[in-house]
Ligand binder design. Structure first.
Ligand SMILES: Nc1nc2c(c(=O)[nH]1)N[C@H]1C(S)=C(S)[C@@H](COP(=O)(O)OP(=O)(O)OC[C@H]3O[C@@H](n4cnc5c(=O)[nH]c(N)nc54)[C@H](O)[C@@H]3O)O[C@H]1N2
Ligand SMILES: Nc1nc2c(c(=O)[nH]1)N[C@H]1C(S)=C(S)[C@@H](COP(=O)(O)OP(=O)(O)OC[C@H]3O[C@@H](n4cnc5c(=O)[nH]c(N)nc54)[C@H](O)[C@@H]3O)O[C@H]1N2
Ligand code: SF4
Ligand SMILES: [Mo]
Length: 767
């Protein structure tokens, strides 16, 4: 008998689209209502309420949503969280659980017919399971048997480099540190992580220019700044509490410029749900100048602005550029200016899609405001030239002397709640030499020195049969990665795939010959070990390390914590005993402190209210060897042939990456449907498409045709020839080889596609 085929994609059925007017502000009372409803429906009033009361309080649970920081000082007892934080809790704290009885009844083929939303609704994973070769059903396995299988398979490999150890950014510092130690003691640096698909481009660009791959600002800087420039980010959905910081900045007199192909509600206005006035509908308007840039038109836009600034500086020397800063703290200014002058202003405007008049308005706002913060996220990092774009925005900060001083600096807004901490802990396929040396010195073994696979390289290695075991500490590798069918084939090529997870997702259905599910405790769960309930620690987007303590009784007594699971794998595979580390995580933190700078007195400082800041050379204005670097950047020209569109894959308001909370994208007015293409009405007219028309999309990168079926057209105000779809539904179109230069991040925001019309005026669309 052999296993029946499992489709690599989610079913492509429609769910009955409704379209409303896009909103002009975010949050307000409806956000509170939606949040409350989700939590009580899924987690129950008692469980949900308990988790929410403790959410983001200094001794409570760190929100498992995004990495936006909590205030350093007072926390609101009314609730320090947002609608999407509450949805993350509802999803995680769900009281339903699925164990072996469930899996006995439902084959993986049957489960793969469910949508990602439906998979998540089934409940928390409740016991360890195995899917044996040629079988179609998971069956129960004991933790010990699971570990034996993993250890035996790992130890039979010809080389440790035939195994891949993925991490998703929700993992705590403690689990991440032990995991990388286990993996390196096993003998490989194959530690790809979600960061490879996320802010890797920011890390590369910032390290090379400012000397540290993290942002330089703190929340306090937002309250002191004169100007915030937000590019390629949708905080109303993805970092909702950032709006509170933006509101405070505005009240303190700051201006906001936004560059985004879409007018996002959360960047236009904000009704603060933590204030009575906000609940009553009072709205703070946020963006002062909204630049609807073309997809990947950001370098052209930034250059156009800087050309104008240069003209002003030349007309009135010393009034626009921070000459002292440039002279004493930077390198490469002269070369940069020479290169800048070679560009044509009007051509830049055309490439960016922004009018000269708008560029002038931006320049005006910038030149009169000495303290500037630049924020960005995936709209900049997921392009072929992403590293360059981020270097270009660093150029702007440097011209204005806007780094390393209060109220100014770089702010790459991170995604997963501990993605930054995981990298600090050494989850990286390219560990720096000092890190490997330190591991060697402290743990007395020879860590591998050869670079490991990043995410895209890992997919290819599995595809080519060079890697045979995949272990995922969290995440949903199959659905989050590009080129879904190719990746599925890669995963199915493996001998063994292991998922350490809280919830069922498609990575548990599209598997290797043998697949193991290890169900783990989540952030909100009480983590009881031999010496009592444990706290873990995480690092937010601004480099604050703080604690998180679970408060809910786990849904099953079979769940184990991530550190414990890693320790079990290490024991079974390498014979090392880390029991003492797991009985009390203070012992893990003692080890972290010996290896990683900035963690002195870790256990003590972790228990200070709000935690502690890690050192940051850019914030201190120290940079690399004392100097920050200007970079000469080429302007990308995104040429589209007749019939081609530039597609960005974005998040709806009802999802956390591949976890789908619902089918609505409330702020954009798209209700009850995820299979949509947002398209400019002019482009619709040119193709004779009505609202709700059904299309297939194809990409043709390097001669390979990739296709997805059944998407409905929604008219939307975005630049012509630019379209938007939701991730992960269109990941099958993202070519595995289309990656950013230097950072190797998949270019999920610039996929060239064509549309083929299935029905230009369908009847089933409901207005
Ligand atoms: N609720 C919720 N919160 C989340 C997540 C989630 O899925 N749901 N995901 C988390 C993670 S891991 C991450 S990385 C972050 C992601 O946070 P974001 O980066 O805000 O997420 P995306 O939806 O990918 O949005 C990118 C934004 O960039 C714009 N954009 C796209 N291309 C371009 C471009 O070329 N130029 C410019 N200027 N703009 C562009 C899009 O219109 C969109 O507004 O959010 C984190 N927080
Ligand atoms: N086309 C396209 N693709 C993209 C993106 C895009 O914008 N466009 N964005 C990329 C980005 S920015 C990112 S970060 C990646 C995300 O990639 P991943 O991090 O791999 O994906 P997630 O969807 O966040 O993972 C969700 C799963 O994590 C598990 N999980 C949740 N909480 C926990 C926990 O506490 N512990 C453990 N062990 N498991 C847990 C659950 O089983 C859940 O199903 O996707 C990338 N892919
Ligand atoms: S802003 Fe992010 S971290 Fe804060 S409550 Fe909302 S989802 Fe959670
Ligand atoms: Mo991310």
């Amino acid at each position: 008998m052999s296993r029946k085929p499992v489709p690599s994609r989610a079913p492509d059925k429609f769910t009955a689209l409704k379209i409303k007017q896009p909103k002009q502000k975010a949050a307000g009372a409806s956000a509170v209502l939606v949040a409350g409803k989700k939590v009580t429906q899924q987690a129950g009033i008692l469980r949900g309420g308990k988790a929410l009361i403790n959410l983001n309080q200094t001794e409570g649970v760190d929100c498992p949503g995004c990495a936006w920081p909590d205030p350093d000082d007072e926390r609101s007892s009314l609730g320090e969280y947002c609608e999407n934080g509450a949805k993350a809790i509802a999803e995680e704290a769900m009281s339903k659980a699925i164990g072996s009885d469930f899996f006995k009844k439902h084959s993986i083929q049957e489960l793969s017919q469910l949508t990602d939303y439906q998979l998540g609704q089934l409940g928390r994973l409740a016991e360890p399971l195995v899917l044996e070769p040629d079988q179609n059903y998971y069956r129960p396995i004991t933790w010990e048997q699971a570990m034996e299988t993993i250890a035996a398979t790992l130890n039979q490999l010809q080389s440790p480099n035939e195994a891949i150890f993925y991490t998703s950014g929700r993992t705590s510092n403690e689990a991440a540190f032990l995991y990388q130690l286990f993996v390196r003691m096993f003998g490989t640096n194959n530690l790809p992580d979600c960061s490879n698909m996320c802010h890797e481009s920011s890390g590369v660009a910032l390290s090379e220019t400012l000397g540290i791959g993290k942002g330089s600002v703190t929340l306090e800087d937002f309250y002191e700044t004169d100007l915030i420039f937000i590019l390629g980010q949708n905080p109303g959905t993805n970092h909702p509490r950032m709006l509170t910081a933006l509101e405070k900045a505005k009240n303190n007199g700051a201006k906001i410029i936004t560059a985004n192909p879409i007018r996002e509600a959360g960047l236009i206005g904000f009704a603060n749900p933590q204030k009575i006035s906000g609940l009553m509908g009072a709205t703070t308007s946020l963006t002062d100048l909204y630049l609807q840039v073309k997809i990947n038109g950001d370098v052209a836009l930034l250059k156009a602005i800087m050309l104008r600034l240069l003209e002003m500086e030349e007309a009135n020397p010393g009034t626009v550029f921070d000459s002292d800063f440039i002279k004493s703290r930077t390198e490469g200014f002269k070369e940069y200016i020479e290169d800048l002058k070679s560009h044509d202003f009007h051509k830049l405007c055309k490439l960016s899609g922004i009018t000269p008049d708008e560029v002038d308005q931006a320049t005006e706002l910038i030149q009169s405001r000495p303290k500037m913060i630049i924020c960005w996220a995936m709209g900049l990092t997921q392009h072929r030239n992403a590293v360059d774009t981020i270097k270009e925005l660093v150029n702007l900060l440097l011209l204005r002397g806007s780094v390393g001083k209060p109220g100014a600096g770089s702010c790459p807004v991170r995604g997963h709640s501990n993605v930054q901490g995981d990298r600090t802990m050494g989850i990286w396929e390219k560990p720096p030499k000092w890190f490997s040396d330190k591991l060697q010195q402290v743990f007395k073994f020879n860590p591998p020195r050869e670079e490991g696979y990043n995410t895209v390289e890992a997919i290819k290695a599995m595809h080519q049969g060079q890697a045979k075991v995949f272990i995922g500490l969290g995440g949903n590798f199959h659905s989050a990665t590009p080129d879904t069918d190719y990746t599925a084939a890669a995963i199915q090529n493996c001998k063994l795939t292991v998922q350490i997870s809280t919830k069922l997702n498609r990575s548990h259905l599209v598997t290797g010959q043998t697949a193991i599910i290890l169900p783990c405790l989540a952030r909100t769960d009480i983590d009881l070990q031999a010496e009592g309930a444990q706290v873990v620690s995480v690092e937010n987007s601004m480099g604050v390390v703080h604690q998180s303590r679970g408060v809910l009784a786990p849904v099953s007594d079979q769940l184990k914590s991530e550190p414990e699971i890693v320790a079990m794998m290490a024991k079974a595979t390498l014979g090392v005993s880390w029991n003492h580390l797991v009985t009390n995580y203070d012992h893990i933190r003692d080890l972290i402190q010996q290896v990683i700078p900035g963690f002195d007195d870790y256990n003590k400082r972790l228990r200070q209210p709000g935690g502690f800041y890690l050192p940051n050379v850019a914030r201190a204005g120290l940079f690399k060897q004392g100097k920050a670097n200007f970079s000469k950047i080429a302007v990308p020209e995104n040429h589209l042939s007749e019939g081609e569109f530039m597609m960005m894959t974005i998040r709806s308001h009802d999802q956390f990456n591949t976890t789908i909370y619902g089918n609505d994208d409330r702020y954009r007015g798209i209700i009850n449907e995820r299979r949509v293409v947002l398209m400019n009405p002019e482009d619709m007219k040119a193709m004779n498409l009505q609202t709700g028309a059904v299309v297939n999309l194809t990409s043709h990168y390097q001669g390979v045709t990739r296709e997805v079926h059944n998407f409905k057209i929604v008219p939307y105000t975005l630049p012509t020839k630019n379209i938007a779809t939701y991730f992960p539904e269109t990941n099958p179109l993202v070519p595995v080889d289309l990656i950013a230069k230097k950072s190797h991040t998949p270019c999920s925001k610039s996929v060239v596609v064509r549309l083929s019309v299935q029905a230009s005026n369908p009847k089933e669309y409901i207005s």
